[in-house]
Structure formats: structure tokens, C-alpha cells
Design a binder for this molecule. Structure first.
Ligand code: PEP
Ligand code: MN
Length: 341
């Protein structure tokens, strides 16, 4: 249940209202938008008389039952788009960003070379895996702590904020200087990890589980937000279907749906969705067309020799050409989408 407050209510009166609600056994969280403050009441609200609460608390403009199980991520609770700030970069409605870099950090020289090149092409955030969740225990598992160190060198060289994946909560102390913590597809429902990362309050890039529904995806984001995280980016990276010609199937309808159901920015990862290099450009174009707020694209200085995901990685020239192609579409398509909605 949510209560939208009247404008300019003093904080003290809001606190009194919250105390009263919580003394009845509910928990609450506040969502502050540019125009409205919303108090969201969590618990068995069936026993709460909505009209009575509205009538007896004059600070309330109106109340509403939120039927979906996700509350904090729900657009009803927070009608404005959330803009995620990473350093001086903003991701969200009107601010389209491209995250690029190799699947795995392989050496300091490699990550710096890629960072410089993708930055020149227009990427604003650098990605690279240091902890790699691999299907086979015999595959390259990442450089771990050293990988993060090399990412930080690349950040120092280029000024690009870094995005890298965490696999379990014991690794958190190593993520102190990481700008965006990635939670990968295989960990989307690792609830202990979600809770710990949520408490850490750094921007998070949450990837959709390869076998998870959109509602489950939103519930995982809810775990992060219910622990205090406000800066969550959702990433559609393809789901498993009966199709075998692509690595996964990019669920494009998830993008507008997620943006309708929630206020969080949504980015698309066409690289893991397709698993094939030459599908990355057409899928990127379509992600822009359906309203994505950004892209995550794997790049490598020598994809043929990559230690992971070479088949889907663009080389640095291909990435530069892709960015040239997309630049015009980003402004054109976004104007079109805002007209329709
Ligand atoms: C990755 O980004 O390199 C990765 C492992 O992605 P996903 O979790 O989507 O498979
Ligand atoms: Mn990868």
C-alpha cells in the first residue's frame, strides 16, 4: 500500500506518520521523487483500512493498494524515472550510455588498450570480468584481485568508471573502488548476495537470469532496493529458449515492459544474447528502437585469442563502426519513443 503525500509537508510530520504506521507492525520506505513523496507500507496491509488512514492523516494526498509483489522498484511507487549516477555519468531516461570492454580482464596492457579505444569510439563505462562464472571449472576463471587492480589502472588512465562482476559476498572488500557492481545472470537469484550488495549502496548492474521471468527479475531488484540500494540498472541479456542458433534469445519485449512496470533504467547486452559477433549490431539497433537506456557490448583487441567469449566480441574497429552507426539512431529513436508514450 502506498500513500502519496501532499507537497511541502514538513519532515517532522512525515516522521510522525511513519512512526504511527510502524507501531502497528508494518515496515515502510520512502520514495522521494521530484514532485511527490511516497510512503510505501510493507506487510500484511489487508488489515489496514486505506480510506481511514487517508481521512485521519491530513498530510496524505491519496492512497493506493500496490498489488504487485515488487514495491520499491514499482513505477506506481516512484512515477519518475530513476537516473543512475556513476561519477559524472548518468544512465536513465534521456541519458543513453554504452558500456564496453572485454569479457575477461586478461592483462593490464590489454585492458588499458581496450579502454582507450572504446572510449575514443564513444563508450562511457568500461567493463571487464575479474571473477568469471564459467560453465566449466577447467575454463579460465578470471584474474580475480589482480583483474580488479588492472581495471583500476585502466580507470586511472582513461577516467572511465568501471563495471565488474561479483560472484559472492566475500569478495565485497575488493569492490571498494569499483564504480558499478555487476550481478550476473547465474547469480540473479542468489538472495544472500543481493542482500549484501544492496546494503553496500553502490550502483548495481543486475542481469536477468537466463531462465527467469520478468517478475522474478523485478523481485531480485526488489531485494537490492529493500536493503537500501537506490542505484540499480536492469540488464536484459537474453533468455534460454528452444532456439540453438543463438546462444540465448534476446527478449526485446522485456525492455518496454520493464520500463513500464518499474522506474529503473534498462540496458541491453546483445553480446551474451546472441553469442555471435555479427548479430551485435542489428540487436543493438533494435534495443535502441524499443527504448533501452544503454548497451553493454563485449570488445577485444584480438577476439580470436580471447580467453572467454571471443565469438561474440567485436574487435576495436568493429566497435568503432558500430558506434558510428548507432549515434544517429540513439537521438532519432528516442525522440520517436517519447512522442509515442
Ligand atoms: C558477462 O557479462 O561477462 C557475463 C558473464 O554475463 P552474463 O552473466 O549475462 O552471462
Ligand atoms: Mn562474457
Amino acid at each position: 500500500m502506498i500513500f502519496v503525500l501532499k507537497q511541502n509537508v514538513p519532515q517532522e510530520r512525515i516522521n510522525q506518520f511513519i512512526q504511527k504506521i510502524e507501531s502497528e507492525g508494518f515496515s515502510t520506505f520512502i520514495s522521494s521523487g521530484t514532485e511527490h513523496t511516497v510512503v510505501c507500507v510493507i506487510g500484511n496491509t489487508a488489515k489496514l483500512d486505506l480510506n481511514f488512514v487517508v481521512q485521519t492523516n491530513e498530510i496524505i494526498d491519496y492512497g493506493k493498494r500496490v498489488t504487485e509483489p515488487y514495491k520499491a522498484v514499482n513505477r506506481t511507487v516512484h512515477p519518475d524515472d530513476t537516473l543512475v549516477k556513476v561519477g559524472n555519468i548518468t544512465i536513465g531516461e534521456g541519458f543513453f550510455q554504452v558500456i564496453s570492454g572485454p569479457c575477461s580482464v586478461e592483462s593490464e596492457e590489454q585492458i588499458i588498450k581496450i579502454a582507450k579505444s572504446v572510449k575514443k569510439s564513444g563508450a562511457t563505462l568500461l567493463r571487464g570480468g575479474a571473477f568469471k562464472p564459467r560453465t566449466s571449472p577447467y575454463s579460465f576463471q578470471g584474474l580475480h584481485e589482480l583483474g580488479i587492480k588492472f581495471l583500476l589502472s585502466a580507470k586511472k588512465e582513461t577516467g572511465m568508471p568501471i563495471v565488474t562482476e561479483i560472484m559472492n559476498q566475500t569478495q565485497l572488500p575488493l569492490f571498494e573502488e569499483v564504480d558499478v557492481i555487476q550481478i550476473g545472470t547465474r547469480n540473479m537469484q542468489n538472495f544472500d548476495l543481493l542482500k549484501e550488495v544492496g546494503r553496500y549502496k553502490k550502483p548495481v548492474l543486475l542481469k536477468r537470469g537466463l531462465c527467469n521471468t520478468i517478475e522474478e527479475f523485478l523481485m531480485s531488484a526488489e531485494y537490492l532496493m529493500s536493503e537500501g540500494s537506490t542505484q540499480v540498472i536492469l540488464c536484459e541479456r537474453g533468455i534460454r529458449t528452444f532456439e540453438t542458433m543463438t546462444r540465448n534469445t534476446l527478449d526485446l519485449s522485456a525492455v518496454p515492459l520493464l520500463k513500464q512496470k518499474s522506474h529503473l533504467p534498462v540496458v541491453v547486452d546483445p553480446s551474451h544474447a546472441a553469442g555471435i559477433r555479427n548479430l551485435v549490431l542489428p540487436l543493438s539497433r533494435s534495443a535502441i528502437a524499443v527504448g533501452a537506456d544503454g548497451l553493454m557490448i563485449e570488445t577485444h583487441n584480438n577476439p580470436a585469442e580471447a580467453l572467454s567469449d571471443g565469438a561474440q566480441s567485436l574487435d576495436l574497429q568493429q566497435f568503432s563502426a558500430l558506434m558510428e552507426d548507432l549515434k544517429h539512431r540513439i537521438t532519432f529513436e528516442r525522440k520517436l519513443i517519447s512522442k509515442i508514450s
